[in-house]
Design a protein around this ligand. Sequence first.
Ligand code: BTN
Length: 258
Amino acid sequence: MTEDQIQPYLKTKRFGQTIYAFDTIDSTNTYAKLLTSGGCSEGTLVIAEEQSQGRGRAGRSWFSEKGNNLTFSIILKPKIKPDSIGIISLYASLAVAQSIENIAHLIPECKWPNDVLLDGKKVCGILSDGVFDNGQLSYAIVGIGINVNQTAFPDEIIKTATSLSLSTGKNYNRVEVLAVVIGQLEILYDKILLGQLGEILVSWKKYCSLFGKKITIDQQGAVVSGTVITIGDDGGLILQIDGIEKKIFAGDITILNS
Ligand code: BTN
């Protein structure tokens, strides 16, 4: 996918105005982070057909079949507190969920903190990296991996991964999917700029079925369980644990009752 193939599909004013398109790269997030050191415009898009070291959350890797999916990063300069970076992942997962609903006519689920699921399986993963300057967030890099046309997955993720194609039986034009997602990212980002974070949270909650459920959350080995109360304004997950409310900012959730 080249810049010339992408540009005609984009209906955005800022997002995707500058595009770095690669056949193979280590990681679009890593490249985007490098770009910020020289200064770059908001909405810059870095996209690759293949990542040799695609990164996931908690030091995991992100596997994506070359030429069948979307792996890209968008560079943002949100004026938010450094500890509110979690809200950026929620915002991005909402944009992807709304895009998938428009494209595939299925209602996806947003799983805190930043997965998008179809049929209970992961169709999209999001990795937000912050770039800090004197303790302030100068850039947020939003890395998005969407499984589009891939129909076979490695054994390790065969039970937990899906794609748009697997869930609908159709094949998708990846540039069209990309343009819808980039468009939705820009629309919702404009709400963030207008201070309408509350609206983003309300919409995100409509795609989330965790509320009231008992879950365990694995924070890189430390496991706690509790009942999900709500999501805080900063994107943190508020749980009731042994009668006490506690806010969690990262971890992998398993639902205990459904
Ligand atoms: C996760 O679910 O663990 C997050 C996966 C994020 C993957 C995307 S693909 C594009 C961008 N570049 C990366 O190296 N990772 C993100």
